[in-house]
Design a protein around this ligand. Sequence first.
Ligand SMILES: Nc1ncnc2c1ncn2[C@@H]1O[C@H](COP(=O)(O)OP(=O)(O)OP(=O)(O)O)[C@@H](O)[C@H]1O
Ligand SMILES: [Mg+2]
Length: 262
Amino acid sequence: MTRSNSLLRVVGVEKHFGGLHALKGVDLSIEKGSIHGLIGPNGAGKTTLFNVITGLYKADQGEFYFEGMPYEPSSVAQVVKSGVARTFQNIRLFKNMTVLDNVKVGLHTQTHSGVWAALSQNLANRKEEANTIEKAQAWLDFVGLSGHANEPAHSLSYGDQRRLEIARALATNPKLLALDEPAAGMNASEKITLKALILKIQSSGVTVLLIEHDVKLVMGLCSSLSVLDEGRLICEGPPKEVQVNPKVIEAYLGLGSVPHVE
Ligand SMILES: Nc1ncnc2c1ncn2[C@@H]1O[C@H](COP(=O)(O)OP(=O)(O)OP(=O)(O)O)[C@@H](O)[C@H]1O
Ligand SMILES: [Mg+2]
């Protein structure tokens, strides 16, 4: 049975890397329209779960449902087509391309001409290209980067590069946006801007799955959390319940940062 309001549901996901058992029967259900947090200590398996959901790694076992229908994250292209987009813990931009062109790459998953043809000077379909540029600019505006459109991506600050990745992911028109530590490397004011952006994304109708170590950000944004520890789901529920769960406290003990906010 699938929960009617769940956008993505995964059941019993297993992943091994050689002798390392990275995901141990993990279940996850993300409610449509929500901001769902995925937390846990370093090495817990958070990024691995993202990689499995977004077609980068193949799960050894597990069932996947998207909008109640069986979902096959067999390739990145298939995943994008299904309506799932992501950003990466280690930023993956085309660093020497302009900010605008990075977003155009995301948009060209939606158009008929291929990415490289569209980026070249000899365009068969200039109308489509003009339309693409307009949309890319609108996404830059959405994330607050419109003033940087013609700069090379590598010239952006770390925080702005993360927002550019978000714009590129949004340009694929996803139903689910998965963000892997979007606040990493950001200063306090950048985090405030990011929080507002994530809320704006939710308001636009996109469901958000968020991996984040910044507890204040996670607790302030997420309506529900899943906690992984050593490849296992140890707790799920609303933030207030999760932060007092003994298993969660134990998982974080010794790390000096039990996830708690006043
Ligand atoms: N491609 C890979 N090959 C081998 N081992 C891997 C691979 N990817 C991840 N692992 C291992 O799987 C485990 C889970 O890693 P993962 O990156 O998913 O953790 P994480 O929860 O995202 O941690 P962090 O908070 O540090 O990003 C770790 O032991 C990691 O070393
Ligand atoms: Mg990770």
